[in-house]
Design a protein around this ligand. Structure first.
Ligand SMILES: Nc1ccc2ncsc2c1
Length: 247
């Protein structure tokens, strides 16, 4: 997968050189390219923003640098077209299903907005040439799209073949479509079996895989009911067996 990121803070993405994503980049599994938006400005101050039409607080990112940046970054000799991701608080909530879907894409471009956002015409103009998605990572205040882009890039990249050491662990993650869909993971434990007087639940030491699987699902249901009652309501009743209903 090719991932292009356009931003006024390229240094924000140093974390993409680390850990599993960094290893995948060096192995050629992911081709991440960073682009400083100010490269497409021509005034002395490399201006990327201006006051909003209609008045109001803050500044809006100008369309011209974005238009030129997207033209340059998405130009491809073979005619390939990327999917443009616009991280924004007004976007559709990003979920694991979106991560799974986007992991199938060969090429993603992320436009990291700052200030009050990017002039709306940029997305309209881009949509003439490529699919455009507005994605939100949650209902809280951030200063821009860079952190959200890091979140989405990690959620998507870890699903690519060869990136995770043990692919199965991705399948057991919270929210993974299938067995864990709409459930969060329950508690996890490792050695020692007793730590500061706290014992690991005996079933996990029993070697009885059926009982372990059942215990883990029970705990996932309990934790989901406690922390994410909104997800419980979305559970497919057919997914729940009799025991589930007793938890
Ligand atoms: N403030 C805020 C909240 C969510 C979000 N998602 C993508 S950019 C962004 C910015």
């Amino acid at each position: 997968m090719r991932i292009d990121i356009i931003t006024i803070f390229p240094d924000y993405f140093a974390p993409l050189d680390l850990s599993l994503i960094g290893k995948a980049r060096r192995a050629g599994l992911i081709d991440v390219r960073l682009h400083d938006l100010r490269r497409w400005t021509y005034d002395r101050h490399h201006t990327v923003d201006d006051t909003p039409y209609g008045g109001g607080p803050g500044m809006v990112m100008k369309p011209e640098p974005w238009g030129e940046a997207l033209d340059a970054v998405t130009a491809d000799a073979d005619g390939a077209v990327p999917r443009l991701i616009l991280p924004t608080p007004s976007g559709r909530p990003f979920t694991q299903r979106d991560a799974v879907r986007l992991a199938e894409e060969p090429w993603l471009v992320f436009a990291c907005g700052r200030y009050e956002g990017i002039d709306a015409r940029v997305a309209v103009d881009a949509a003439r040439r490529m699919p455009v998605e507005e994605i939100s990572i949650g209902d809280y205040v951030l200063n821009g799209g860079e952190v959200a882009t890091l979140v989405v890039v990690e959620a998507v990249s870890r699903l690519l073949p060869g990136v995770l050491g043990n692919a199965e662990s991705a399948a057991q993650d919270s929210f993974s479509p299938g067995t864990m869909d709409h459930l969060v993971e329950g508690p996890v434990y490792t050695k020692p079996a007793v730590w500061r007087g706290h014992e690991v639940p005996p079933v996990l030491l029993s070697g009885h895989h059926g009982a372990v699987d059942r215990w883990r699902r029970d705990e996932a249901l309990r934790k989901t009911a406690r922390n994410r009652p909104d997800l419980i309501d979305r559970l497919d009743p057919d997914q729940l067996d009799k025991r589930d209903r007793e938890v």
